[in-house]
Design a protein around this ligand. Sequence first.
Ligand code: AMP
Length: 284
Amino acid sequence: MKSVRDVAELRRTVATARRDGRSIGFVPTMGALHEGHASLVEHSRNDGRFTVLSIFVNPLQFNDKRDLEGYPITTESDEELCRSHGVDMVFRPDVATIYPTGFDTHVVPGRIASTFEGRHRAGHFDGVTTVVLKLFNMVAPDVAYFGCKDYQQLAVVRQMVRDFNLPIEIVGCPTIREVDGLALSSRNTKLSADARASAPILHRALSATADALRSGAPTVTARSAGLDVLGAVPELLLDYFEIADCDTLAPVTDDHPTRAVALVAATIGGVRLIDNLEVEGPGK
Ligand code: AMP
């Protein structure tokens, strides 16, 4: 496994793989890798691709400086996970490589980025799309793999790829969870024992809403079912718990013909967590 920090070397290695007839799969991450990230690598490897994984904690997408400063960095175990899962190349640029002095152009996504995470984290998706576009241009992959765990991020990236005619296929991969339902996240390592014990409530609430929708309950009732579950953890600070259209993330109505997704963001014990669950209603 090759580990590079330099764009020219990255491009040389990718070009060689391409000359050898390999298709390029790309997994962008912020490090502190876990089995959720590993599952994206597995998808790329199972598709037979030369797999590049990037590790870059992108300052541009953090609206809260303390969140950025406290973001976990686990360089050695990250390399180990990459090696054991068969990553071909790790790209670990430093901040000056991505944002050299004088950097002055940003991607600003539109309506799809204006709700949920976009509303609660000002500028977050500008940061995400700007870095993802830059990384796409550096790696030039055929396919990029993203987790459905960050549901809105996946939708925003798909929109950017469509809008800018990027010749890259975007693959969304299922969320990997702990046995108690908690979605794996780099932030989980920050949870105290008490907060860790409470955190699966997010998935339980999403499941309650999904079950209600599946059994034909109106969206208002289904949402209330989830909110009732969340009520069991009074110290939980809720940012949002909503049901939206899977593709547009617009609010759903009860006669809505398409699939829905329930989305939640909440802070438990000082750690902000997000999760979601897709639902197909009866007969939809
Ligand atoms: P991050 O390092 O948090 O920026 O995540 C990098 C990629 O891994 C994103 O596409 C995430 O959606 C994905 N990811 C994070 N957690 C999970 C998970 N539990 N299951 C699947 N994919 C995940």
